[in-house]
Design a protein around this ligand. Structure first.
Ligand code: 4AD
Ligand code: MG
Length: 477
């Protein structure tokens, strides 16, 4: 007998034939109705149990969380909410679940509680929906790039270059921490370490992607990156996934055009392919918003928000224009910002980014041409000598979702910047080589994958859109 997924069965007409399903019990009502879910869809299939047919002891043991195989006839359902159901004829127990100690009860649990049960939280509707959307989003990202002539490039996870400057790094070492070899001057001697030098987990695949763009033309990375910042916010993870396209012969405008088209495309894919999960997440969000004060509630539902992004052009303004807006804004004048904007050159905090997106423009915003001082060394210097061709994309509810730039392709300018930062040229010898041998205008950006999953699922905390989050003081699973 063919085993069907619940998703397949729920879309099938009442076959009036015997079918087989496997799944976990969501609820077992009145000793008669088992709601079974196998992860293939947010919906459960109802299995009707005629208690006279089955051993009473067996039925008594079946509770929420148990894994079952059920064979029975697929018939038309008279109940609400489903067109078909299974008249159970055989029940096989894969594994029982003790109802008194199973943490995932058929009731509402707090996100905090579920984080402590990260190995079981996928059995809830919310997490299953989020993770299906996450999977679909990954597919959409690959599909977009593959369709548009990009090659998937695998950046190394362990890196010997620490010059990206994107944040604190996690050291990778096989030295004995209790008794490391020392140099004559008493420092740890990394020459004796596994790689013969200091190495770390990567914060970004960009520098390596630049090398590959200079031969393959258009590449993208999609992999984990690591940042050892002690940021305990709802937008930061110590291990997160990033998508980094890098394109030869693209300038900053080409880069912004690509980023906008890319984002719209992957969100459209979700709207077309994840309808049920998005509808569920939209309702979940509506419920959650009801617990918030009026002023903090969003005036758009989840899918409206997604459609809005797809249908509207992103606002593009320079950093300088943004500073003018912020300087004259109400919260700045009334000293409501934690960091007041007084002068040009100030780094923007998330309160400023969110003001621009959520209050001023009410639309995704691309900020570009930032002061060189607050951006990475590899960004291309503008003719004014003080701004660089950087661009950040800011999203409602999220803040920065993309960071990117046109890269400095001129050897002399790049060398000057490296020297000014006190970075040893030798550390970047191979990166500088790219500017010696057939250098070209090129650009790229990084999309924070979890921030995009947050935006598309409406989840408030980034810890709830990655299976096993890594944050300060937390790597339990
Ligand atoms: O702005 P970032 O630091 O840019 C880079 O790493 C460049 N090398 C990208 C490039 O040009 N190829 O990071 C890019 C994005 C951010 O906009 C944000 O969405 C996300 O990565 N991000 C994080 N997401 C979760 N947790 C963190 N700690 C993050 N740090 C950055
Ligand atoms: Mg950034």
């Amino acid at each position: 007998m063919k085993s069907y997924s619940i998703n397949e069965l729920l879309q099938s007409p009442p076959l009036k034939q015997k079918v087989e399903v496997n799944g976990w019990v969501k609820t077992f009502r009145s000793n008669r109705f088992i709601a079974l879910n196998d992860g293939s869809t947010i919906k459960n299939i109802q299995c009707v149990v005629d208690f006279e047919r089955f051993d009473e002891d067996l039925l008594k043991k079946i509770a929420t969380g148990a894994a079952l195989k059920i064979k029975g006839v697929l018939v038309e359902s008279l109940g609400k909410g489903q067109s078909v159901e299974i008249q159970a004829e055989e029940i096989f127990v894969h594994g029982l679940s003790d109802p008194d100690s199973y943490p995932i009860q058929p009731k509402k649990h707090s996100m905090e509680f579920l984080r402590e049960q990260a190995h079981l939280r996928i059995r809830t509707n919310t997490f299953a929906a989020v993770m299906r959307v996450r999977s679909a989003l990954s597919f959409a990202i690959h599909a977009y790039f593959q369709k548009n002539g990009f090659y998937y490039f695998h950046a190394p996870i362990i890196t010997g270059s620490d010059a990206e400057g994107a944040g604190e790094m996690f050291r990778v070492s096989t030295l004995d921490p209790k008794n490391p070899p020392l140099t004559d001057s008493g420092e740890v001697n990394y020459k004796e370490d596994f790689f013969g030098k200091e190495t770390n987990l990567t914060v970004s695949g960009q520098l390596e992607a630049e090398a590959y763009a200079m031969g393959l033309g258009k590449v993208y990375t999609f992999g984990p990156t690591f940042r050892a910042e002690n940021s305990n916010t709802s937008r930061h993870l110590a291990e997160f996934w990033m998508i980094e396209p890098e394109m030869a012969f693209y300038d900053l405008k080409d880069n912004m055009d690509l980023a906008e088209d890319f984002i719209k495309n992957i969100i459209s894919y979700l709207l077309e392919n994840c309808e049920e999960d998005l509808a569920f997440l939209e309702n979940r969000l509506l419920d959650e918003e009801k617990t918030k004060p009026m002023a903090e509630r969003s005036d758009m539902k989840l899918t409206e928000r997604l459609k809005f992004v797809v249908d509207n052009e992103f606002i593009r303004i320079t950093y300088t224009e943004a500073i003018d807006i912020l300087r004259n804004s109400k919260p700045n004048k009334k000293k409501k910002f934690q960091y007041l904007i007084n002068e040009w050159g100030a780094d923007l905090q998330s309160e400023h980014e969110r003001y621009l997106v959520e209050k001023h423009f009410k639309c995704p915003v691309i900020l570009f041409d930032y002061p060189a001082k607050i951006k990475a060394f590899y960004m291309r210097l503008n003719e004014d000598g003080k701004t660089v061709r950087a661009m950040d994309i800011l999203f409602p509810g999220i803040g920065e979702i993309v960071g990117g730039s046109q890269r400095e392709e001129r050897l002399d300018v790049l060398k000057e910047k490296i020297a000014a930062l006190g970075i040893d040229e030798k550390e970047l010898w191979w990166y500088l080589d790219l500017r010696k041998f057939g250098t070209a205008v090129h650009s790229g950006f990084g999309l924070g994958f979890e921030r995009m999953v947050q935006f598309t699922t409406g989840m408030g905390n980034i810890r709830d859109v990655i299976p096993f989050p890594r944050t300060p003081q937390n790597a339990e699973f």
